[in-house]
Design a protein around this ligand. Structure first.
Ligand code: MN3
Length: 212
């Protein structure tokens, strides 16, 4: 089942819809994964339907390309939906039940976060503030740049870190659809609770992290 090539398909969640309770409720997960994420996938497939050359690119290749490479007529639809697929793929695969391992960074990543922010707690404060400060729809992101530096990003709508050649390490969805069913307007409460289920994986960034 292709999740990284055209035609894109919805990857199943590696946990049950209710597995993140009480921090993220099953109803929110069902809509967020089954409806919102699915819509980005369907809309991306539709936007790419007339472009065989773009269909051959991976999601990463598509998003890292400068905007002017995309067909002018459909560039907004392609960029927005490809970004939505990329961000949600990362988001859902970096969540896990609260009693799982990995909710705090380990090893090299832990050391790098402490080195940049002072401590994990200080990083959490900075990242929480970033997520709270996102105006309207968007994402808070910690990413590793190609120069091997940890950097915070505020991503509006479905922007990604890929045009900057940076790989996400932690990504919080602060679109209202990610929390409104349970938390209504209480974004701060949602963000606070998201830390209980957010997952750090350093496997994907280990190679870059280990560079001098
Ligand atoms: Mn979302």
């Amino acid at each position: 089942m292709p999740i990284d090539s055209y035609p894109y398909e919805l990857p199943p969640l590696p946990y049950a819809y209710n597995a993140l309770e009480p921090y993220i409720d099953a109803e929110t997960m069902r809509y967020h994964h089954g409806k919102h994420y699915q819509a980005y996938i369907d809309n991306l497939n539709a936007a790419l339907a007339g472009y065989p050359k773009l269909q051959k690119l991976s999601l990463e290749q598509l998003l890292a390309r400068p905007v002017y490479f995309l067909p002018q007529k459909d560039y907004a639809a392609i960029l927005h939906n490809a970004g939505g697929v990329y961000n949600h793929r990362f988001f859902f695969s970096h969540l896990a039940p609260a009693d799982a391992e990995g909710h705090k960074p380990a090893g090299l990543l832990s050391a790098r976060i402490a080195g940049k922010f002072g401590s994990f707690e200080k990083f959490q404060e900075a990242f929480t503030k970033l997520a709270l400060d996102v105006f309207g729809s968007g994402w808070a992101c910690l990413a590793l740049t190609s120069a091997n530096r940890l950097q915070l990003y505020h991503l509006a709508n479905q922007e990604t870190t890929l045009p900057d050649h940076a790989q996400p390490v932690l990504l919080f969805d602060v679109w209202e659809h990610a929390y409104y069913l349970k938390y209504k307007n209480a974004r701060a409460e949602y963000i606070k609770n998201l830390w209980n289920v957010a997952l750090f994986r350093q496997s994907k960034v280990r190679k870059v992290l280990a560079e001098p």
